[in-house]
Design a protein around this ligand. Structure first.
Ligand SMILES: NC(=O)c1ccc[n+]([C@@H]2O[C@H](COP(=O)([O-])OP(=O)(O)OC[C@H]3O[C@@H](n4cnc5c(N)ncnc54)[C@H](O)[C@@H]3O)[C@@H](O)[C@H]2O)c1
Length: 381
């Protein structure tokens, strides 16, 4: 299992990250769900294979047509049934990038098969489902990580650091918006958008980020929402927008505005920002527009969130991706490498978004939906 991969060019960066007690550890990963976002998982593990850190050992993809494409493009075994992959493929860990409401059973089965697990956000769309996954991973003694990648954005990391240092004083309030263009629910996945919502698909990112930055859990949630435009105009029966006010135990109050109805002509697929005000300071981060813009004939203005994914070519001419969208997935492989090299789950505790983080975030999203449906303030603590 352990060994050096002499055929792979190992970069100084990956040596630093994976030379654990003098042993190089290749991590064997299987990806479950190879749709629009699963591609980022495939690419992350493919590029880690260039330095011998990980191998994309197998994929499970339920759509036969998509499975065939992935087989051709990535050259690894692709299973239509993830259970067959769990049974037959030699894997240390799996990552799960199936639709929001289809994470739980796959994660439980993966834990029962003894695999370390990275789950796309949200961990599950019920608190009970999150508990079931957490328990299954606990019973199996495996890593359970959730892909809350906003924590890996260097601007957000700086925010967390400076808030933790006390530079901003006591955090009083803040606000967040995260919005997608309308093509996301209408063109990308109209079949499962009704099982999701802007809170599940987008809000969870910032629910997690704010908890992580201010180191506090929510006390109450009050939310309103609109559910008419997507349903009446496009036949996609889901929330258009959700606006949630969350009061935290430390007294901070945050507004979260999330929607997926921005016009197709908007300058990027995602629009997002966070603003925090404390007794000693204020910080505003445009988490989308990083200062790079373009406009070409026939297209409107475009901005690029280069902190998320920047496509590059490595010195051997291979396409690689850098940014927090890749790093949060790669971090899972590094964690599994550390575990394979003798570190324990306790050693890693607090260094990655955990199953418990996933559950607390789901608690907020469930409360937001409950609040919209009942018109009540939902007390969490
Ligand atoms: N981290 C982020 O910023 C980010 C961004 C987009 C999506 N996501 C998350 O990634 C997940 C997937 O989203 P997407 O946009 O890629 O959706 P998608 O519909 O494009 O892809 C989902 C894929 O899963 C496959 N699938 C479904 N059930 C399966 C099963 N049982 N076994 C194997 N494959 C199965 C489908 O065939 C499809 O190819 C969602 O949970 C979403 O919230 C995260």
């Amino acid at each position: 299992m352990f060994g050096v991969f002499p055929q792979c060019p190992i970069t100084a960066y990956s040596q630093r990250r994976t030379r654990l007690g003098g042993i190089f550890v290749p991590v064997k990963v299987g990806v479950i769900g190879a749709g629009k976002f699963g591609v980022n998982h495939l690419n992350a593990f493919r590029q880690l294979s260039y330095s011998g850190v990980a191998e994309l050992s197998a994929v499970a993809e339920a759509s036969p047509a998509r499975a065939e494409e992935v087989r051709k493009q990535y050259g690894c075994p692709v299973y239509l049934d993830y259970r067959e992959m769990l049974e037959k493929a030699d894997l240390d860990g799996v990552t799960i990038a199936t639709p929001d409401h289809l994470h739980k059973q796959i994660a439980v089965d993966s834990a029962k098969a003894g695999k370390h697990i990275l789950v796309e956000k949200p961990l599950d769309t019920t608190v009970e489902g999150c508990e079931a996954v957490i328990q299954a991973a606990k019973d199996a003694g495996t890593l359970l990580q959730v892909d809350f990648h906003k924590r890996y954005d260097p601007d957000h990391q700086a925010l967390e650091n400076r808030v933790k240092s006390g530079e901003f004083g006591d955090i009083l309030y803040g606000s967040v918006y995260m919005e997608d263009r309308i093509e996301v629910p209408v063109d990308w996945f109209p079949h499962w958008a009704p099982h999701s919502s802007p809170a599940w698909f987008l809000g969870v990112h910032f629910f997690d980020l704010v908890r992580w930055v201010i180191k506090s859990e929510p006390k109450t949630v009050f939310a309103t929402g609109s559910r008419k435009f997507l349903k009446n105009t496009f036949g996609v029966d889901t929330w258009d927008s959700i606006n949630a006010k969350v009061d935290f135990e430390n007294g901070a109050a945050f507004n979260f505005d999330v929607s997926w109805v921005l016009p197709r002509g908007f300058e990027s697929v995602v629009n997002q920002a966070i603003r925090i005000v404390g007794t000693k300071g204020v910080w505003e981060i445009d988490s989308q527009d990083r200062g790079s813009r373009s406009c070409v004939e026939g297209e409107g203005m475009r901005t690029y969130n280069n902190n998320f994914l920047r496509e590059k070519t490595d010195k051997f001419g291979r396409t690689i991706y850098q940014g927090y969208g890749a790093e949060s997935i790669e971090d899972f492989a590094y964690n599994v490498a550390l575990l394979k090299s003798g570190k324990t789950l306790d050693d890693l505790a607090g260094t990655y978004p955990s199953g418990e983080d996933g559950r607390e975030v789901t608690r907020i999203a469930v409360a937001a939906h409950d609040s919209i449906n009942t018109g009540q303030v939902i007390k969490l603590r």
